[in-house]
Design a protein around this ligand. Sequence first.
Ligand code: SF4
Ligand code: SF4
Length: 244
Amino acid sequence: MTVTSSPPRDTDAHYKVWDVAGYADVPRETKARLFEQVKGDLRFGDYLYGCYECGICVGACPSAKFYDFSPRRIAQAAAREDVDLIYQQMQEDIWDCSQCFSCVRCPRGNNPGGIVTIMREVAVRNGLASAKEALVGYTRIIYKIMSTGTQVSPDMLSKDSFPDWGPETADVADNLDLWRRALPPETMHTTTTGWSVAESTLIELYLIWMETGALDMIAEVDPGLHTILLELMEERLEEAGFEV
Ligand code: SF4
Ligand code: SF4
């Protein structure tokens, strides 16, 4: 089937025909394998009990107000085990969720935001193009948090490194001295870190990230960053007396 223009998005049927057509080149086995990973996650059974299609989650969802995104579609696709639609959602929709979990007011007991969390993790672990694209603007944040155990400080802001943070990022970066003089909050005055992290805490964090596979997830989406972090963590762990 050839689709030449953007179809209406007012029904799930239109949505499905258009978007699945966009991933017709991806083998069904690949899509099914990814869904098996989502379904195989220990949390999945607690996040999905079926769907009344009531739309209460959509009414509560802030992302649904601003994007072509619906937690109901996430829950329904998972409940129907529609691997084509789930693959499309993993390449597109899941990155529009703000992970606020307002959707847990679902009368069926579902947690569509939680399903999105699992889908994101599977997308990252498998190096899906959408995951690489979604995380490209966060390389410096990931590096900062995973190397120092703390947050990004204002002096790290630049519009090139954080393209999806909006025009205010460039304004803050270009006029940081002015912002510092104008605003009293302590965080605007930091130059290196948001707060100090104890050495023992940092070592614990390194061990957690290595043991849980959180560090390995980065290997698929940014091998260079993974190598840098791995070397840094191994060195610090060895200094602390751990055999890596
Ligand atoms: S967690 Fe995601 S899906 Fe749920 S309400 Fe928040 S933005 Fe919407
Ligand atoms: S609130 Fe729950 S039951 Fe209702 S549409 Fe959303 S996921 Fe389905």
